[in-house]
Design a binder for this molecule. Structure first.
Ligand code: AMP
Length: 360
C-alpha cells in the first residue's frame, strides 16, 4: 500500500525517455525523489539523468514487471503509450497517474472530442470516418475546407490533410494511410492558446495563466506568456480545464490546446495528459514550473504556486538551430534548456530557450 505524499527517496517511474521525461526527472530530483525510465531507446534524453533505465519495448512482460517493482508511482511523458502497457502495470499493482481513462481519451481524436463535448468543453464539429466514401457527405455537413486527421497517433501536425473540395476524398484518405480518421470543421480562430493545469490526488486544482502559441508546419515554434486576455477569457479557460480534469478524475499536469474565435469563445483542439511543450515557459516564468507541478501531483504532494514571476517568450530550437547554443548561453536574458539528443535531425526538437521579457 503506497502512502501519499510519497516521501523523499521514493521512486517515480516514467514511461518514455524523451525530453519531457528528462525535465520531469530533473524536477523530481530537486524534491529528493528518484526516477526510473522505461523506454525502447537505449540512449534516451531522460536515461542520462535518471537512476535506472529499463530498455525494452513497452509490451515486454518481464521489463514491465521489473519496472513496476521498482516504482512507487508511475507516470508517462507521451500519450501514445500502448493501453495494454498501462493495463499490465495496473494488474501488477502499479499506481499509474494520470489514469487509463485520460490516456484512452487522448489517444483517439473521436473519443477525445466526444468526451470533451460531454464534459461541457466545446470543440469544432466533427465526423468519424472509416472509409473515404464517408468523407464527401460529412464534408457537405461540416463545410469546406475540412481537416482530415488520423484518429490515432497524429502529432505535430502529422497525419492530417485539408479537404478543399468535393473530389479530393480518395486521395486524401490514401495520403493519411487509409486509416480510421476524423473529419473536423475548420476552426476560424483568431489565435491559438493553451492552458496548463494540474489536479492533485485530493482534487485540488492549480491553473497557469494562458500561453499564446505560434506554429510552423504544424510544429510549435514559440509560446508567449502570460498571453494578454480579458477576465472572461481567463475564466472560460479555467472552467474548461477544471471540467475536463474533473471528468477524468485526473491526477497530474494536463495541457489543453485551445482555439479562440473572434467572438471570444474558446474551443478545445486537443488535450495532452502530460506536461506540454507550450508549458515550458513556466520553468523560468513561474514560482513552480509544470514539471515540478506534475511530480507534486502524482506524488500526492500539495500543488505548488502557479504565480507568474516574469513574462517569457519560449522558442523551440528545431534541428540545427541548436547550434546557436554558445550565443544563447551568452545572452543574459535567455535561459537555455538542451535535451542532450545525440543526433540533430531537421525539425527535431533539440532544446528550447526561454527569453525573459521583464516583470509582470
Ligand atoms: P493538431 O495536431 O490537432 O494539434 O493540429 C496541429 C495544428 O493544426 C493546430 O495547432 C492548428 O494550427 C491546426 N488545426 C488543427 N485542427 C484544426 C481545425 N479543426 N481547424 C483549423 N486549424 C486546425
Amino acid at each position: 500500500m503506497t502512502d501519499f505524499p510519497l516521501a523523499p527517496g521514493s521512486t517515480l517511474g516514467i514511461l518514455g525517455g524523451g525530453q519531457l521525461g528528462r525535465m520531469l526527472a530533473l524536477a523530481a530530483a530537486r524534491l529528493g525523489l528518484d526516477c526510473v525510465v522505461l523506454t525502447p531507446d537505449p540512449d534516451s534524453p531522460a536515461s542520462r539523468v535518471v537512476k535506472q533505465t529499463f530498455v525494452a519495448p513497452y509490451d515486454d512482460p518481464a521489463a514491465l514487471a521489473a519496472f513496476a517493482a521498482a516504482c512507487d508511482v508511475v507516470t508517462y511523458e507521451f500519450e501514445n503509450v500502448p493501453a495494454q502497457c498501462v493495463d499490465a502495470l495496473i494488474a501488477l499493482g502499479a499506481l499509474v497517474a494520470p489514469g487509463p481513462q485520460a490516456l484512452s481519451a487522448a489517444q483517439d481524436r473521436v473519443a477525445e472530442k466526444t468526451f470533451l463535448n460531454g464534459a461541457g468543453a466545446a470543440t469544432v464539429a466533427f465526423a468519424s470516418i472509416d472509409h473515404w466514401e464517408a468523407i464527401g457527405p460529412a464534408a457537405q455537413g461540416l463545410g469546406y475546407p475540412a481537416l482530415l486527421k488520423t484518429r490515432r497517433e497524429g502529432y505535430d501536425g502529422k497525419g492530417q490533410i485539408w479537404i478543399e473540395k468535393s473530389g479530393d476524398e480518395a486521395e486524401a484518405f490514401a495520403a493519411i494511410g487509409s486509416r480510421p480518421a476524423i473529419l473536423e470543421a475548420r476552426a476560424d480562430f483568431v489565435r491559438e492558446l493553451s492552458v496548463i493545469a494540474a489536479r492533485g490526488r485530493d482534487g485540488e486544482i492549480a491553473i497557469y495563466p494562458l500561453g499564446e502559441n505560434h506554429h510552423e508546419n504544424g510544429v510549435l515554434r514559440r509560446t508567449t506568456a502570460p498571453a494578454p486576455a480579458d477576465q472572461a477569457t481567463l475564466e472560460q479557460a479555467e472552467r474548461i480545464a477544471a471540467q475536463i480534469m474533473a471528468g477524468l478524475d485526473y491526477v497530474g499536469v494536463m495541457g489543453v490546446e485551445l482555439f479562440q474565435l473572434a467572438d471570444g469563445q474558446l474551443l478545445v483542439n486537443e488535450i495532452a495528459p502530460r506536461v506540454h511543450n507550450s508549458g515550458h515557459w513556466t520553468q523560468d516564468g513561474c514560482a513552480v514550473d509544470q514539471f515540478e507541478q506534475h511530480v507534486r501531483a502524482v506524488a500526492g504532494w500539495p500543488l505548488g504556486s502557479t504565480a507568474v514571476m516574469a513574462r517569457v517568450e519560449m522558442l523551440n530550437l528545431l534541428g540545427d538551430e541548436v547550434e546557436a547554443w554558445p550565443r544563447l548561453a551568452a545572452d543574459p536574458d535567455s535561459r537555455l534548456h538542451l535535451y542532450g539528443k545525440r543526433e540533430t535531425v531537421a525539425g527535431r526538437k533539440m532544446g528550447h530557450v526561454n527569453r525573459m521579457r521583464g516583470p509582470v
